[in-house]
Design a protein around this ligand. Structure first.
Ligand code: PHE
Length: 341
């Protein structure tokens, strides 16, 4: 009996040693340990043995079965390990292969310029305010000291939607909205970036739709020198720390006095060149002290309150800074153009 068992174990181990795959292993398992295996036949035979021999032979059979099932487990582990190694080999990434290119977008020149102006004023403690692009005549003109028959309305060719609503022609209505909101509550120190519309024919320097950033300060001690200081800081941050500014008298219905602001030429430093048309100065924006009529209309006492307003044309600033000579390039979304900045 012992010999038969040993032989069987030897045969099993030998076959198991040659197994390389899981299916085969499972077949061998049932061949050697399953119901129809030779071992099971031994177990049957034990029944016929004399009682004294039964435990001994039983023990022998069990030991042999254990040995085989240990061997099966060992082979199983080897096969599994090999499977994992194979899989890892298959899935290795060749990091020396060039990857796919995912082109990254970036901010448009206009957005960059608006954010640059915003950053300057946020640094000075201003708050950002927004208003609707479809605006009431009341805020766009009337309360900005431009009554219905005012000739200066012609300065801004408007796109009306109904008799008293239009696409805003400038960001100044946000001044009115903020003044009304803050009156009697707190001083006003805001900038209002946004899109504005004019009934203009598009050409190299005009667009029917463009962007402005408005700045407005109204408080008890706001003076013309505050305006000058603020303009100087803004001009130097935008065009370089050596720049100077110059104010020329101008006219806006909502400011008095009104000024046109020039910056010393950043190409020739004021000596005179083709950029500044030999004048040494480049016009960058309009500004002024808030007109008393605007203050009054919003409920402020002009004897107590004063303020200033600044109107940046975003496209103009961007074109000057970046040397862009056709405003239409800013709207065509041609990546060959946009990606230069
Ligand atoms: N709102 C004016 C315009 O669009 C610009 C401006 C703003 C001028 C604030 C002075 C003060 O023409």
């Amino acid at each position: 009996m012992q010999e038969k068992i040993n032989l069987l174990v030897k045969k099993a181990i030998e076959e198991l040693n040659h197994t390389k795959d899981m299916n085969e292993l499972m077949l061998l398992k049932s061949k050697f340990l399953g119901k129809k295996s030779e071992f099971n036949q031994f177990m049957q035979e034990i029944k016929n043995l004399p009682n004294e021999e039964k435990p001994k032979v039983g023990q022998m059979v069990n030991l042999a079965k254990n040995e085989i099932s240990q061997k099966i487990n060992e082979v199983k582990r080897q096969i599994e390990e090999e499977q994992i190694l194979n899989q890892l080999k298959k899935e290795t990434i060749d990091i020396s292969l060039p990857g796919k290119k995912f082109p990254l977008g970036k901010k448009h020149v206009i957005t960059q310029t608006i954010e640059e102006i915003e950053d300057i004023f946020i640094g000075l403690g201003y708050e950002i305010k927004e208003g609707p692009e479809q605006e009431q005549d009341l805020y766009n003109f009337e309360m900005l000291n431009l009554p219905k028959d005012h000739p200066a309305r012609d300065m801004q060719d408007s796109l009306y939607i109904s008799e008293d609503t239009l696409l805003r022609t400038h960001t100044s209505p946000v001044q009115v909205r903020t003044l009304l909101e803050y009156v009697g509550k707190k001083p006003v120190k805001i900038i209002a970036p946004g899109r504005v519309y004019r009934k203009d024919d598009d050409d190299q320097t005009h667009s029917h739709q463009f962007h402005q950033v408005e700045a407005l300060v109204v408080d008890k001690k706001t003076s013309l020198s505050d305006l000058k200081g603020t303009l100087l800081i803004a001009a130097q941050k935008l065009f370089g720390s050596e720049r100077q500014i110059r104010l020329r008298p101008s006219y806006f219905p909502f400011t008095e006095p009104s000024v046109e602001v020039d910056v010393s030429c950043y190409v020739c430093s004021g000596k005179g060149c083709s950029m500044c048309k030999e004048t040494g100065w480049i016009e960058i924006l309009g500004a002024g002290m808030v007109n008393n009529n605007v203050l009054k209309a919003a409920g402020y006492d002009p004897d107590l309150y004063q303020g200033f307003a600044i109107g940046f044309g975003v496209e103009r600033i961007a074109m000057l800074k970046l040397g862009i000579d056709d405003i239409r390039n800013l709207y065509t979304n041609d990546l060959r153009f946009n990606s230069q900045f």
